[in-house]
Design a binder for this molecule. Structure first.
Ligand code: NAI
Ligand code: NA
Length: 395
């Protein structure tokens, strides 16, 4: 079939297998261009490995550190003539490239929150790797079935304590409007923390320790976001921010456990705002990202997921010295985003934005390009008029 983008609000319901493969190759080429890291991890488990920051972590481990990887993700294959999700195609392209380079790469597609997938992962590590020395926890999910209670928790993106009104953009239509979001109730706050907080990360590390498949001295990292004041009501101080506070709590608790296990470590890296499937669903944030991209591109400081994670590995995690923490024990690779000159400019531009000046005051075009690229569209060298087989079996 000929596969074209079909954008519905903040999702694209199609994905292009060859385009996704080209996108993977771009990321591999970038990591290779930066050279091999001498002190990198050798056996890596990535939970949330098929898109966004988790995928970039897997690519950096494999092609920047010559690591063997086990990837966990939740993706849908092609069915009834519908293309698969991009993470499905990404994983196949990544795995083929990793194996061609002589690296081990194994995949488990299923619910990472479940006991069963944890068990499968442990069995795979035991059988093929022995132990892992890095665990990247990079899930972004709208819901979690709790493995002990069976309760389905749904996360929401709402302010806490008060109603929030601000500008937002329909990135597909290019229309700027005002959005008002009512505050979350206690149950919604608790549910969001159950999904995006630290409990499942702790369950993973506890299960790995218990099964003795975590190497002494191993590292585990998870990702968070802080961002500018304009988004605090919906992000940092909203339901997702409270869940991230719980992730920070888990990082401290896990760090103590891992310190006692061969002097390992657990920490949070605060990353830059980027177009991913997870971030495009958040109100207000895509408008901020469109402004940010313009300012950072003009300064030559713009980075994508792969540049962010390669830098995290090269300058923080595996540069042979200790991690640089902020006052809350977090690594900050959002440093270039948070630079005062950038943020002051955001503050100036924000009140001026209208539907009419959106294309000139922001990089909405760049936002859309990046968004489509996540689904394998707009890649150079791909013939998008050509017939392509959407059904590709997992490898
Ligand atoms: P993403 O949507 O690109 O990736 C999510 C990953 O989780 C995918 O691999 C998906 O298959 C997997 N996943 C989701 N539910 C699953 C389940 N039940 N079982 C197994 N796998 C599942 O998201 P993104 O943006 O890369 O987010 C990863 C982390 O980075 C999140 O913690 C997010 O808060 C954080 N972050 C994101 C930023 C952004 O601007 N996108 C900025 C800073 C941090
Ligand atoms: Na990810």
């Amino acid at each position: 079939m000929v596969i074209k983008p079909k954008v519905r609000g903040f999702v694209c319901v199609t994905a292009h297998p060859a385009g996704c493969a080209a996108h993977i190759q771009e990321q591999i080429d970038y990591v290779k261009s930066k050279g091999l890291l001498k002190n990198g991890p050798k056996k890596v488990l990535v939970i949330g490995a098929s898109t966004g920051f988790g995928l970039s972590s897997r690519i950096t481990a494999t092609f920047g550190c010559q690591a063997d990887t086990l990837g966990i993700f939740f993706e849908r294959p092609s069915e009834e003539g519908r293309p698969a999700t991009p993470g499905w195609y990404n994983t196949i392209a990544f795995t083929n490239a990793a194996r061609a380079a002589g690296r081990y790469a194994k995949n488990i597609n299923g619910d990472a929150f479940s006991d069963d997938i944890k068990k499968q992962a442990i069995e795979a590590i035991k059988a093929d790797l022995g132990q892992v020395d890095l665990v990247v926890y990079s899930l972004a999910s709208p819901r979690r079935t709790h493995p002990k209670t069976g309760v389905v928790h749904k996360s929401c993106l709402k302010p806490v304590g008060q109603t929030y009104t601000n500008k937002t953009v329909d990135t597909d239509k290019g229309v700027v409007s005002e959005i008002t979001i009512e505050p979350a109730n206690e149950a919604e706050i608790a549910d969001t923390t159950a999904v995006m907080g630290g409990e499942d990360w702790e369950m993973w590390i506890d299960a790995l320790l218990e099964a003795n498949v975590l190497a002494p001295g191993a590292t585990t990292v998870s990702y968070s976001y802080i961002g500018p004041e304009v988004t605090w009501a919906i992000y940092k101080n909203g339901t997702i921010g409270l869940a991230k506070n719980d992730l920070e709590r888990a990082a401290k608790s896990l760090d103590a456990k891992l310190k006692a296990h061969g002097y390992g470590r657990a920490f949070i890296s605060v990353n830059k705002a980027l177009v991913t499937q997870a971030s495009s669903a958040i109100p207000v944030v895509p408008l901020y990202i469109s402004i940010l991209y313009k300012l950072m591109k003009a300064r030559g400081t713009h980075e994508g997921c792969i540049q962010q994670i390669q830098r995290l590995f090269a300058t923080e995690m595996y540069n042979g010295s200790a991690l640089n923490f902020d006052d809350a024990r977090r690594v900050r690779i959002d440093d270039l985003e948070m630079r005062p000159d950038v943020q002051e400019e955001v503050k100036k531009i924000w009140p001026q934005i209208t539907t009419e000046n959106l294309p000139s005051l922001t990089d909405i075009a760049g936002y859309r390009t990046e968004f489509l690229k996540m689904f394998g569209f707009g890649l150079p060298g791909i013939d998008y008029e050509a017939d392509i087989e959407p059904h590709v079996p997992m490898v």
